[in-house]
Design a protein around this ligand. Structure first.
Ligand code: T46
Length: 315
């Protein structure tokens, strides 16, 4: 049994138990709406629309054909969805691109989602954002066009956070510190020696380089709002050192995430295999040096977050 306000127009028989449909909402005959949803005033739901359980839809939202909404999604008032990239009056698409809102994500008030995109699980779309690309799981996106500005439920280690040692001290066997929550990911001190001639930063196999490198590469000239990485490696270990400027690295072991700001050649982060890693917030002058334990092999990359989670489960 669901609740329907006397002024709502509900044509579909597929509405889950305990869902509430409020005044002037209109749901077409072939739509599906799950259990315990809240569908507020002036919501319109077309036919080829599937809505999961415990979904909240605030006032004034329209869902067009091709929209799929998984469980526990929140949609703020007047958020706008679209299903035709090049709409023309009186011209109709035979098939609409699928827009998928994954479990637990939130869409802020008045945000606009372009057609055919996927918003990842627990992602957060800021109010008024215009979403033009897929949004990765757990990402926070804001602005027009929407860009990643952070990650939800991610412990941050700021540039001057307690976990980062001052750079200037004498060379000694490096101390390795492990983050408590991301198993296997470690921060290394890369000692810096400074004298009147300038500074030198050192890494040595066995003390603060934890594997035998087969390759290095440097990432630089990254436009400030770009996000790189977003993958895991199956076998390859990597040590990332930001030798100029700063960049933020988000590491995710499938259970928890941490964000580490690399802003000095005095620290490196070791990312072992099977950690999902993302780099963003590059400053214009950033130079990211990466040592890798293996030669370049595209087959070593896992580029889908779902595939990463499945691979973790099957280990
Ligand atoms: C990582 C982060 C930190 C090569 O041909 N050889 C190489 O050794 C590398 C690393 C890349 N490439 C080619 C492959 C692509 O055509 O360079 C292009 C850009 O690579 P990608 O899109 O993988 O760049 P990022 O910044 O997303 O990721 C890179 C590394 O690939 C990755 O292992 O952990 O930097």
């Amino acid at each position: 049994m669901y609740h329907k306000h006397p002024s709502a127009l509900v044509e579909t028989p597929r509405i889950g138990k305990d869902t509430r449909v409020w005044a002037f909402a209109h749901i077409l005959p072939n739509a599906t709406v799950g259990r315990d949803c809240n569908i507020c005033d002036h919501v319109f739901i077309e036919n080829d629309v599937e809505i999961g359980n415990r979904v909240t839809i605030k006032c004034g939202v329209q869902f067009w054909d091709g929209i799929r909404i998984e469980d526990d999604v929140f949609i703020g008032p007047n958020a706008t969805f679209t299903n035709d990239k090049q709409p023309r009056s009186k011209r109709y698409l035979r098939d609409h691109p699928l827009t998928v809102l994954r479990k637990g994500c939130s869409v802020g008030a008045n945000a606009t989602i372009l057609p055919g995109l996927t918003v990842g699980q627990e992602a957060m779309i800021g109010a008024g954002a215009v979403v033009t690309r897929d949004v990765p799981s757990f990402a926070v996106v804001t602005g027009n066009p929407a860009r990643i500005s952070g990650y939800v439920k991610t412990r941050a280690h700021g540039p001057n956070g307690a976990s980062v040692q001052p750079a200037r001290r004498a060379f000694s066997p490096a101390q390795k510190r492990r983050f408590e929550r991301i198993s296997g990911t470690a921060i290394y001190d890369m000692p810096v020696i400074t004298d009147l001639r300038g500074s030198i930063s050192v890494g040595e196999l066995g003390s603060n380089i934890p594997f035998v490198p087969q390759r290095y590469y440097v990432i630089f000239d990254v436009p400030g709002k770009e996000v790189r990485g977003e993958h895991a490696h199956r076998e390859c270990h990597q040590l990332l050192v930001c030798i100029r400027g700063s960049v933020s690295v988000v590491v995710d072991n499938g259970k928890a995430r941490e964000e580490i700001s690399l802003n000095t050649p005095a620290m490196g982060i070791h990312i072992p295999p099977m950690i999902w890693a993302t780099q963003y917030k590059y400053t214009a002058d950033a130079m990211l040096l990466v040592l890798a334990s293996h030669k370049y092999d595209p087959a070593d990359y896992i580029r889908s977050y779902d595939e990463f989670l499945n691979a973790l489960r099957s280990r």
